[in-house]
Design a protein around this ligand. Sequence first.
Ligand code: ZN
Length: 345
Amino acid sequence: MRALVKHHAGEGLRFVTDRPTPEIGPRDVLIRVRKAGICGTDRHIWQWDEWAAGRIPVGIVTGHEFSGVVEAVGEAVTRVTKGQRVSAEGHITAGLDYNSRTGNAHIARDTKILGIDRDGIFADFVSVPEENVWPIHDRIPDRIAAAFDPLGNAVHTVMAADVSAKSVLISGVGIIGLMAVTVAKAAGASRIFCTDVNPPRLALAKKLGAVEAFDVREGSGWLGEIRKACRGEGVDVLLEMSGADAAFDQGFRALRNGGTAALLGLPAKHVNFDFNEHIIFKGCTVLGINGRKMWETWYQMEELLLSGRLELDEIITHEFPLEKFEEAFATMISGEGIKVLMDLG
Ligand code: ZN
């Protein structure tokens, strides 16, 4: 089969046509991949930065965001059938540890991630345990289903923070931050403020429903503006999506006392952060967000999509055939594309 393989400990991926089709065990499902999304994680793997070098096994098929069709099922599979349109939760666990058994499989100790710890989806076929397969609703198109993974991150973050009738600051409007804008709006946030350093994305955030979008390179005047707009107190909810050092400090300054902060963005190194001022005396609630809740987030995401209230057309910007993967990655890495998909036919 065709596949994009991390062929060496350096930059890039290699396109191969002779990768063996994965074998499936009795409880596994073989899925023919139709559309694959390029994630920020895939960019790290492409560029082979410090994180990727320490984590990714050379020789692996990369990629984890996708939609496809069931090609074959193991003999013990009962729920999905050949020909069914599906996506999958990319965090795979044995389901036996404490968190898996208490409704928190997204933070299971033994999690293996598609395209990171085991062969992923930049390939004609991928093998996934039946438990992880998510049938796609008839009314949800393949290109939207290919973005379930990052959209699920946005839904998980927004729903964890409980934004209904609340003012919200989204710091960082990359792919997931922009998705969080439309999700927060659909989930009933009263007013959404955004910060970033990218004017076109800030403009898109406003189009998607933010009342104000601030370029933080223009100084910290925006902090005063947000506080003033929110009774002099600050926003009810902070959704941190940037991972930028300064954004943690500024985001918590913009948060009112007793507010809730949900943190999804990953800082590249230890962050300089005032715990006394920002958490203890503020009396705020801080939530760490990892992956998608299995399966609460998936049901919420499906309902939000079926409500017709999510605007994703301007977030999923490009689609290339798999063979043009170099162009696809360049479009994503340059920032010209937001969510870039590859079509496998
Ligand atoms: Zn991803």
